[in-house]
Design a protein around this ligand. Sequence first.
Ligand code: NDP
Length: 325
Amino acid sequence: MRAILVERTGGPEVLRWVEVEDPTPGPGEVLVELAAAGLNFIDTYHRTGLYPVELPFVPGMEGAGVVEAVGAEVSTFRPGDRVAWPLHLGSYAEKVVVPATDLVPVPDEVDLETAAAVLLQGMTAHYLVHDTYPLSDGERCLVHAAAGGVGLALVQMAKRLGAEVFATAGGPEKVALAEEAGADHVIDYRARDFAEAIGEIAGPKPLHVVYDGVGAATFDASLELLRPRGMMVTFGNASGPVDPVPPLRLSQLGSLYLTRPTLGDYIATREELEGRARDLFSWIADGSLTVRIGERLPLPEAAHAHELLEARRTTGKVLLIPPGR
Ligand code: NDP
């Protein structure tokens, strides 16, 4: 079969479409023929080495497809089943071996491309608003990069919980998408200082929580916008990792809470994985969650997809489609 292989860390050019050995499922594993792989920012961190992975490796954490074969001791899935997964390295390949415990079944009402598009970013938004800082009706939150994959899901889920949503997005097209998703106040942070704009709308220190996947570029100004005992949720590094913060700074700004969560810890049990998947799929089926697929690119063009993502030229989800589909 063919797959994208990374033999050395670096720029998008290290993503090469090559022939590799056909995988076989071992005990507890399932062999899936890929329908679509989801592109996520974490794929760029693996590629550059910011999050180290042993070389060589096939990148990609997320995908969906049809079960081709199962290994010994697998009783939960059968050949022909439609499945998806949010967090298993090796997804940029025509066939992927995934532990059965990392897979969820895809219900009939949801197509495989949507399933590949929603799980990682949708589950992230889901745990951020329900578990990291559980939002309540009328609370004020800020979502950065609100037209991105996680961002669009976060805005919709925060609105569902009754929050007043402040959002940032880069450029007029992205601002319009964040507004369409339901954000109450959207600031084009490439055109103006977002902290100043939020202060003009809501006064000083108005926010209960900031959900920040942008990192270095937005962290400091975001801290200043939190009300006393508010929570800073820094969950990504799209603009680079955040510098260390002395605990005393949190005290000086009003007994703030700071957390750096990661999806794996919020889907660590089958119950959590299945519960979040169930919510996402049912909200898609009843129309209360919209998944925007901004781009569908051939899997062999993964390098181009990474370039677009890192150049801030994507909206919503980017899918990578294997040849012949
Ligand atoms: P997005 O679709 O949101 O794409 C990233 C967006 O970040 C860009 O489109 C851009 O939007 C914004 N951005 C701001 N500055 C930069 C920059 N210097 N370079 C590139 N992009 C920039 O990606 P994802 O939805 O996949 O991920 C969003 C963030 O969430 C990432 O940091 C990711 O690592 C993190 N994440 C964390 C998880 C966790 O559990 N901790 C799980 C999933 C994702 P704009 O043009 O509007 O500024």
